[in-house]
Design a protein around this ligand. Structure first.
Ligand SMILES: C[C@H]1O[C@H](OP(=O)(O)OP(=O)(O)OC[C@H]2O[C@@H](n3cnc4c(=O)[nH]c(N)nc43)[C@H](O)[C@@H]2O)[C@@H](O)[C@@H](O)C1=O
Length: 347
């Protein structure tokens, strides 16, 4: 009989942690999910997926920045696989808190890599790397061998953790894989990220709970995929024969403005755009009412203008391929936010 596999997922309260835990539980894993102590720990995502009381899911408090705690965590959980999804993951905040971001997002993963070296070097390790490492892009589309040029303290911190994963692979033979994931969204996305901010606002405007949606840079282009499909790619990376670095992306890019128009389309509103970039407005074609407005306070000190990934390697070597279109994803998010706002749900 095959032994039950054990996985450790850091960042269980986040979008990817919740979807990955769901996938691993479906596959028969015993999952330990870690979360950070805060005054308001919130498990709404795993509750929404209906897995919070799953008998094979154990929730454990853990701080990625503590080496001793990382060692004890591995000794207790004895995982076969670790998925490091914990991070300070908001790019905007990283400009305000660069040192905290470096400690959590950059050095934090090294505590886990060290703990693997000390406790059991056979544990497989997935590091959540990011397209933010490409930043000011040096090639279009971006793939595994595209040179990096991060444009935020978050991107710089992630790049350090990425190279440490590669370094532990090459120095100590640790099975450490790095997934360079382009933006991936879902109804479980936090409202601080632009897609969910938009779909939540569209739902509120449609229900008469909000007048205007204010945004920053509408010209930024992103390669947005569906998070639930991306966590499947993470799992595949740790089932491969060899560790490696893989890009997960859709190979389609759209502007923030396009996503706004798409979200309003989902509630049958067509927008018309006018005005210069820093005070652009979007008005409802039918009523003439202003529904969207640029507010430069949402601009970032340095912006990543264009991201589009080439996932050919993941497709060839892992058999991974995204299938949900951006229109379907956007529709799914708007519908979830309509439902939630009608029910007075506020996450
Ligand atoms: C792959 C990568 O993906 C995410 O990073 P992100 O791309 O920065 O995501 P976002 O949704 O915050 O911004 C997308 C774009 O939208 C622009 N934008 C305009 N107006 C607003 C606005 O009002 N809010 C926000 N948040 N963004 C705005 C903003 O300036 C940027 O150009 C994280 O998961 C990160 O952890 C990660 O790894």
């Amino acid at each position: 009989m095959q032994k039950t596999k054990k996985a450790l997922v850091t960042g269980i309260t986040g979008q990817d942690g919740a979807y990955l835990a769901e996938l691993l539980l479906e596959k028969g894993y015993e999952v330990t999910g870690t979360y950070r102590r805060t005054s308001s720990v919130n498990f709404w995502r795993i509750e929404e997926l209906g897995i919070q009381s799953h008998p094979n899911l154990k929730l454990v408090e853990y701080d990625l920045t503590d080496l001793g705690s990382s060692i004890r965590l591995l000794q207790n959980a004895q995982p076969d696989e670790i998925y490091n999804l914990a991070a300070q993951s908001f790019v905007g905040v990283s400009f305000e808190q660069p040192v905290t971001t470096a400690e959590i997002t950059g050095v934090g993963p090294v505590n886990l890599l060290e703990a693997i070296r000390i406790v059991n070097p056979k544990i497989r390790f997935y590091q959540a790397s990011t397209s933010e490492m490409f930043g000011k892009v040096q090639a279009v589309p971006q793939k595994e061998d595209t040179p990096f040029y991060p444009r935020s303290p978050y991107g710089v911190a992630k790049l350090y953790a990425h190279w440490m994963t590669v370094n532990y692979r090459e120095s100590y033979g640790i099975f450490g894989s790095s997934g360079i994931l382009f933006n991936h969204e879902s109804p479980l996305r936090g409202r601080e990220f632009v897609t969910r901010k938009i779909t939540d606002a569209v739902a509120k405007i449609h229900l008469g709970l909000l007048d205007v949606l204010e945004l920053g840079n509408m010209d930024a282009k992103r390669d947005w995929g569906f998070a639930k499909e991306y966590v499947e790619g993470m799992w595949r990376m740790l089932q491969a024969d060899e560790p490696g670095t893989y890009v997960l992306a859709t190979n389609r890019t759209e502007t923030v403005r396009d996503f706004v128009a798409m979200a309003f389309k989902a509630v049958d509103v067509t927008l018309e755009w006018s005005g210069a970039a820093d005070h652009e407005i979007g008005t409802c074609k039918k009523t003439g009412k202003v529904l969207v407005r640029v507010n430069p306070k949402f601009y970032r000190p340095a912006e990543v203008e264009l991201l589009i990934g080439d996932p050919a390697k993941a497709q060839q070597e892992l058999g991974w391929k995204p299938s949900t279109t951006l229109e379907q994803l956007c529709q799914m998010m708007v519908e979830a936010d309509l439902r939630r706002n009608k029910a007075g749900f506020s996450f």
